[in-house]
Design a binder for this molecule. Structure first.
Ligand SMILES: Nc1ncnc2c1ncn2[C@@H]1O[C@H](COP(=O)(O)OP(=O)(O)OP(=O)(O)O)[C@@H](O)[C@H]1O
Length: 619
């Protein structure tokens, strides 16, 4: 059947659009003539390939390739990758990026080193140390040392030791942003300090030296009336060293971020320390020196009623928090109240003050019209219970309101419309559906309306593939991942140039008997994990789904432009924010679902396996 499948692919162009397992859905097998012929009936057929255990060696790798290569014309074709024919299916599968290769971390560094961007390479090396738990760190150091120091100035008297120390100090700084120490890794010892002048902890120095351009200092003068009132109320409390927790409530676009920036600029320019955080990394990037609240305060990822933050009283972070005059937490409504309660507990403990948030001035911000915190598979009651407004702390919070929409100040009709929806007073057109303004809508007239939508949002896409400005201003948003995948599929084909496919390596932890087949794992995308196949082209916009490097604003939600794509690394350019234009390397990193995925139970003659297992992917 397989060799006849090859034959059909040689003679029938239509056949070549299918994988082997899909082929039998369109062609049927004639036992007598031992050949395939096109199906005539519309009967639904499900295609599959016999399962093969990894212990069967080459047969297993042949199956892996068959599950990814459409229209092969023979074994030779399957063994050939980029014009080179490999002696085994295993090698061919590795070359196609279908197998996790022991060597893939080295390959990743190698691919990145060829692009000759030493500072991005140093950052990549630190990312690999933090996320990929590589074996043979010293070998990687030795092999890529020269590439990583390539841009350090050299003179006739510069010794190797100078470069080594400089590189180690740079790595130390990069690792410290992930709360990791360089001494945890098998790297040479630093024999000379960088020019750190004071004994002040690095974390405090960083806060005191957050860069601020002149524009930030002018924001206070530009505040409109409602923001001015909120600003003065907060500043008065800070200046009189009183304690208070505020909640700044404002629909999207009313200038909450603008207000925080004005507050931060005023306080920091007076030499005060003000910590800026947000629930999501991408929101935090809008604030100078902003960090994700969970990572800044070391809040557990899934906080519970009695959780606390893991900050020891003697740590530098504790010292920083003691010196802080104000803490800002944007988009606080989208966080589980247990996270806020954990912060309250740790602040009381660190400050040794028995009042809400240890007597610190805390500014929470958000919009009551936004979505509530996520409680996976939670009931309505559980969802409501998770909101910070239902925390016992809420009664200590003073609410301040912003009302004037500054983002659409020149479009009152839209601004009013958005407010009515948020307040729940826009009349329903039918059931619980509201009518979208006709100026914003493309009428649904069948599938071609999708093409129309794409054309409307990305006009003349082919001519703008590398245009960062063009990409920044455009995005299609949808509610569910399935639609995202469908739209991505359509849009990526419109980009010029050759497509590169990147595959994840999926596995179920503790499934030593390989009861879950690769192709099954590849076919599911549990929450938070990307799809098995990433189709990329140079010039295509991409979005990062993981907090990799908050310092350069590389976090969940950062938008980038693909500048190059290899089997183990993506060369990308940051599109927005302070670091727009910076080139970064994105390696494959292991990802794990935050919760157990309910996989179907597998029953075997001898084995049955529980159906809630952790699912990992290496994307
Ligand atoms: N007083 C002001 N003067 C001029 N522009 C302003 C003012 N306040 C806000 N803006 C502008 O209005 C836009 C929206 O402001 P901002 O992003 O601060 O709102 P937001 O409430 O944080 O919105 P969201 O909740 O959607 O994040 C920004 O472009 C900001 O620069």
């Amino acid at each position: 059947m397989l060799t006849e499948f090859f034959t059909m692919n040689t003679i029938d162009a239509d056949a070549r659009q299918y994988l082997y397992r899909e082929f039998s859905e369109h062609y049927c097998w004639n036992r007598n003539s031992k050949s395939w012929r096109r199906r005539i009936s519309n009967k639904k057929v499900i295609g599959r390939i016999y399962t093969v255990s990894p212990s069967e060696g080459e047969r297993f790798y042949l199956r892996v390739i068959l599950n990814h290569v459409k229209g092969p014309t023979g074994f030779q074709d399957l063994l050939t990758v980029n014009g080179i024919t490999y002696p085994t299916f295993k090698q061919a599968a590795e070359q196609r990026g279908l197998l996790e290769n022991n060597n893939s971390i080295r390959q990743c560094m190698l691919e990145a080193a060829n692009i000759r961007m030493p500072s991005a390479l140093r950052r990549l090396f630190a990312t690999i140390l933090v996320f990929c738990e590589p074996i043979g760190v010293r070998d990687l150091w030795n092999e890529f040392y020269l590439h990583m120091v390539d841009d350090y100035p050299s003179s006739s008297i510069t010794t190797d030791v100078v470069h080594t120390n400089r590189l180690l100090n740079d790595l130390k700084l990069l690792l410290s942003q992930h709360d990791r120490r360089i001494t945890e890794f098998d790297l040479p010892t630093i024999t000379a300090r960088s020019n750190e002048s004071s004994s002040m902890p690095r974390i405090i120095q960083d806060e005191l030296t957050i860069p601020m351009d002149d524009e930030e200092l002018t924001l206070v003068d530009k505040l409109n009336n409602d923001k001015k009132f909120v600003y003065n109320t907060i500043m008065e409390v800070i200046q009189h060293k009183q304690t208070m927790t505020f909640f700044v409530d404002g629909p999207g676009g009313t200038g909450k971020t603008f207000l925080y920036r004005a507050l931060l600029a005023s306080l920091r320019s007076d030499g005060h320390i003000a910590i800026a955080t947000a629930t999501f990394g991408i929101v935090a990037t809008l604030l100078p020196g902003g960090r994700r609240a969970h990572s800044r305060f070391k809040i557990p990822l899934i906080p519970e009623a009695s959780s606390t933050c893991s900050i020891s009283k003697q740590s530098d972070l504790a010292e920083l928090i003691r010196r802080v005059v104000v803490l800002i937490w944007d988009e606080a409504l989208m966080v589980n109240r247990h996270a806020l309660e954990a912060l309250d507990r740790i602040l009381q403990d660190l400050m040794e003050v028995n009042s809400p948030f240890g007597g610190k001035v805390l500014i929470l911000g958000g919009d009551f019209r936004q979505v509530l915190p996520v409680v996976p598979k939670g009931t309505k009651a559980e969802l409501l219970d998770a909101c910070i407004v239902n925390s016992p702390l809420w009664r200590y919070i003073k609410i301040l309101h912003l009302t004037q929409n500054m983002r659409s100040i020149n479009d009152q009709q839209f601004s009013e419309y958005i407010r009515r929806i948020g307040d729940g007073i826009e009349p329903f057109a039918k059931d619980d559906l509201i009518k979208v303004l006709s100026s914003m809508a493309i009428p649904w007239e069948g599938d071609h309306s999708i093409a129309q939508l794409i054309e409307q949002v990305f006009p003349n896409l082919q001519n703008h593939a590398y245009n960062a400005r063009y990409m920044v201003d455009r995005a299609l948003l949808t509610l569910i991942n399935e639609d995202v995948d469908k739209l991505n599929e359509k849009i990526i084909t419109q980009f010029p140039g050759e497509e590169q496919k990147l595959y994840s390596f999926d596995e179920v932890e503790d499934d030593t008997q390989h009861l879950y087949q690769q192709d099954f794992l590849n076919s599911i995308s549990p929450g938070g994990l990307p799809p098995h196949i990433l189709r990329l082209k140079k010039g295509a916009p991409i979005m990062l789904l993981r907090n990799i490097d908050p310092k350069v604003e590389l976090c969940n939600g950062t938008r980038l432009l693909c500048r190059g794509c290899f089997n183990n690394v993506i060369d990308a350019e940051i599109l927005t924010g302070q670091y727009a234009g910076t080139r970064v390397f994105l390696p494959r990193i292991p990802l794990k679902t935050t919760e157990n995925v309910h996989l179907p139970p597998i029953c075997d003659d001898k084995v049955s396996i529980s159906n809630t297992l952790e699912f990992c992917t290496y994307n």
